[in-house]
Design a protein around this ligand. Structure first.
Ligand SMILES: [Cu+2]
Length: 338
């Protein structure tokens, strides 16, 4: 089987691609929707498949389950058959007082047809055991197979290697301490904590402060919108906005937009957006922004859009964006032919 690399922005540039191209979601990697999981918890893992094999539709998705991830149950998917392969664990695990010596080592969804310009999600549930070290990534290789090609998201960074240097990184989940997620839950949902701040207000999560998130009304039929805000890091260590979600969007990305000569380029920030200690970064039209892709409905002036932002250190933060009118200065996403 022939392996074809996903299209790269550089190739488009070499080909003399015209004005105003931007990194399509088609260029994105296979990733997990929620990039972190508590140790010793049952986790819902959602694999996001953003494109096919360079034009071909994906027909099979293979997921290799690493050691330390047990009690795996794939979610059946309409239009796809699901099969699992089992193997003996290196060492037995005890779960709810029961010894487990073997379990799922591979999940295969097959017989589907996910077009190259479509996006889909594949879900499984698993127990993240305490053999997965806290604050480290567990890498879960994913392979997409098409009619005559495949894309293998199977590269795992060597110790000390920057995972962003990899071309086809295996999607990963960061393991966090059990009480860390609890603290975040209490912070955002608990009785003593304030509910998610209304739009326009200041939202605090650890050392991170998020000020006045807003978005713009979308012209008819637009499938994308930008999200803007100011983010301040009040701590002493750098943090990074690495992802998030929005209830109205199928896909969420962190983007930058900048002039390169006279070409406006927009691209997903694969490493996320760094917020240095003591700094405020402004996400604004024409600059850094978060991007809502695959919009489920248009945004109207006065709407509130709920979502989350995920920071490397501050974790998952609930935010809501006030939708402002399309007019006004700055670069409007709608004019950039998303
Ligand atoms: Cu964008």
């Amino acid at each position: 089987m022939l392996t074809i690399f996903p299209r790269r922005p550089a190739l488009l540039a070499l080909a003399g691609f015209p004005l105003l191209f931007w990194a399509q979601p088609g260029l994105a990697h296979a990733t997990f929707e929620n990039g972190q999981a508590e140790q010793n918890s049952t986790h819902k893992a959602v694999i996001r498949i953003p494109h096919g094999c360079d034009g071909q539709a994906t027909q099979t998705v293979r997921v290799t389950i690493p050691e330390g991830v047990i009690a795996v149950k794939p979610m059946p998917k309409a239009g796809w058959a699901v099969q699992t392969t089992r193997k003996s664990y290196e060492q037995p695990y005890t779960l709810y007082g029961r010894e487990m010596t073997e379990g799922v080592s591979e999940i295969v969804w097959s017989g589907g047809q996910l077009n190259d310009d479509h996006y889909d999600e594949f879900v499984f549930q698993a127990r993240m055991t305490d053999r997965l070290p806290v604050m480290q990534m567990v890498h879960i290789p994913v392979v997409q197979e098409c009619a005559t090609a495949k894309v293998s998201w199977t590269e795992i960074p060597a110790s000390g290697q920057d995972p962003h240097a990899l071309k086809f990184p295996a999607p990963g989940i960061r393991i966090i301490a059990a009480n860390q997620q609890m603290a975040q839950h209490r912070h955002h949902h608990g009785a003593q904590a304030a509910p998610a701040a209304p739009a326009g207000q200041v939202i605090r999560a650890g050392d991170i402060e998020i000020i006045a998130p807003w978005s713009r009304a979308t012209p008819g039929g637009a499938k994308v919108a930008g999200g803007f805000m100011r983010i301040t890091n009040k701590g002493v260590a750098p943090d990074r906005l690495v992802g998030g979600s929005a209830e109205i969007a199928g896909v969420f990305e962190v983007h930058e937009m900048r002039m390169d000569g006279n070409v406006m380029r927009m691209r997903a920030l694969e490493k996320g957006l760094e917020i240095k200690p003591g700094e405020t970064v402004e996400l604004k039209p024409g600059g850094y922004h978060v991007m809502f892709l695959d919009l489920k409905k248009p945004l109207k002036t006065g709407d509130t859009v709920k979502g989350t932002l995920v920071f490397e250190k501050a974790g998952t933060v609930e935010v809501s964006y006030t939708v402002q009118s399309m007019g006004g200065g700055g670069h409007d996403h709608g004019q950039h032919k998303h």
